[in-house]
Design a protein around this ligand. Structure first.
Ligand code: ZN
Length: 315
């Protein structure tokens, strides 16, 4: 530090709380006085009148002064609290009641209250997004337009979070991680997937009206998958094969790359609407459970999972 700073009167240089600290303190306090049940005075524009206060004064003789505080830790986030002018005066006039420990306790309790309020709000946001998604599902369940469903999943990647267990995945040449769309600039889809630590999926979308089984019985009590189901499973496996085949090249470009066990996922059909006989259902289950690296999920299963999640979040 510049030694000339020592020549600046302490009362001026030491009082300056950095703008970054002020911003963090107001943020953590949610622009509220930390004092319990404070009803702050509002300015004409509705903004509460607030002050950023030192818990331990950094000038000799100030409230709760501590000589051990240097300029830097005296103005750090640990030594400040947001109060309204009334409570600021109250705590500074009653330093025996409002000790350093007591003020820290008051502040931390306030920060916790803010955090709790925020997480409740977040829960409501997630829950209402998923509830809207469910409403859309109920309204469009018989929509057979593949582009409509591609678009729906592109716009609401959170719909996949249950089915894909947090895997990075691609859909219509777009990339997603953690339920968010990801700009895949300068690389291709395989590149993107390969860089996500092995925990990836390749998603193939059909529609809820796509039939799961062929219209006629194959023989005896055996039913074959529909042309669309067989085709989309091979398509997903083909993508997977392509990713694995490209790994040596991708690994050469990106040392430390991992993409073990990428998974293919096909979203297709609607078991509730297709109303299968026992034989048909058994043929379908035997077919879909035979794949090791491919998951076949029906629309009613996907949205059934979301319905359960909405109920859980609603508590
Ligand atoms: Zn107050």
């Amino acid at each position: 530090m510049d030694s000339r700073n020592d020549l600046v009167p302490a009362s001026r240089s030491r009082r300056a709380i950095p703008a970054s600290v002020i911003k963090i303190a107001f943020g953590r306090s949610a622009n509220r006085c930390a004092f319990p049940d404070c009803a702050p005075v509002l300015l004409d524009n509705g903004v509460p009148l607030l002050e950023i206060c030192h818990i331990s004064a950094i000038t000799a003789g100030g409230p709760r002064y501590s000589a051990s505080l240097t300029e830097s830790n005296g103005n750090s986030i640990d030594n400040v609290i947001i109060l309204c002018p009334t409570h600021h005066r109250l705590v500074n006039k009653n330093v025996e009641t409002f000790t350093i420990e007591e003020l820290v306790r008051i502040r931390e309790e306030h920060y916790e209250r803010v955090q709790r309020a925020l997480s409740v709000e977040q829960k409501h946001t997630t829950s209402s997004r998923l509830a809207k998604l469910l409403k859309l599902w109920h309204g469009e369940r018989t929509n057979g337009n593949e582009e409509f469903w591609q678009q729906l999943f592109s716009d609401r990647p959170e719909a996949f979070s249950l089915a894909l267990e947090g895997r990075a995945y691609t859909l219509s040449s777009k990339c997603y991680v953690g339920g968010k769309s990801f700009a895949n600039t300068g690389g291709n889809v395989l590149d993107f997937l390969a860089q996500h630590s092995g925990n990836v999926a390749l998603v193939e979308i059909k529609t809820p009206t796509t039939k799961l089984l062929a219209p006629q019985k194959y023989r005896g009590n055996v039913w074959a998958p529909s042309r669309e189901l067989a085709g989309s499973t091979v398509q997903a496996l083909e993508y997977r094969h392509s990713l694995i085949s490209n790994l040596p090249t991708l690994a050469f470009q990106t040392p430390g790359l991992r993409a073990a066990q990428p998974m293919g996922v096909v979203i297709i059909g609607d078991l509730e609407q297709e109303e299968m006989s026992e034989d048909e259902r058994r043929s379908f289950e035997l077919y879909r459970t035979a794949f090791r690296d491919l998951k076949i999920m029906t629309y009613d299963e996907l949205f059934g999972g979301i319905e359960m999640l909405v109920e859980l979040l609603g508590d």
